[in-house]
Design a protein around this ligand. Sequence first.
Ligand code: DX5
Ligand code: ZN
Length: 220
Amino acid sequence: MAKLAPSILSCDFSQFREQLLAAWEGGAEIIHVDVMDGHFVPNLTFGPPIVEAVRKVLPEAFIDVHLMMDNPCRFIRDFAQAGADLISFHVEAVADFDAALREIAKMGKKGGLALCPGTPLSVLEHVLEKVSLVLLLTVNPGFGGQRFIPGMEEKIRALRRTIQERGLKVDVEIDGGVKEENIEFLASCGASIIVAGSLVFTASDIRETVRRLTRAIRVY
Ligand code: DX5
Ligand code: ZN
């Protein structure tokens, strides 16, 4: 059953509370927080205080923090203490996946690995059974509102196949370029969590948009 994870990257922060509540009331149980350091990716977004704010507005939400940063281990504790439920970091930014995953587990949180579009699935070979989630970036990291990179659907299908063949319970999260015209197709390819930033937070009626999208993908 695929779930929607609105990304606050595209929020109007002058209406942060209202927009979060609208997404929640529309049925979004997961809130995706795109943390960027201006170094691993060319954009700079926000830190642990924004997770605290999401937790304050939505005490029941599942907060999914996506660290697009160099040396993410520096901040695992801070994001965990701020209220994250799951923390994913980029395989391209960490040499020792096990150490970073242990750090997340020590804080009682779920751990995820994130892959840029150009990173092959083979990087997951020896670690797939240790994670709750794999995030496949389907745009080049840094900005919302980009176009889905054609061909990434094959990567989603291949990852879903591997998880099934190995009998694992790992979520496949896709992130970037999700639009009205491709969201159901992407759910059908095997994505179990679908991040949508601009599609949700630039909509004229966020609540209704989330309700419609949630209903459309939960059948997959
Ligand atoms: C890329 C960002 C975006 C964002 C989603 O670094 O991580 O993928 O979450 O943006 P939209 O849904 O607007 O493509
Ligand atoms: Zn993300």
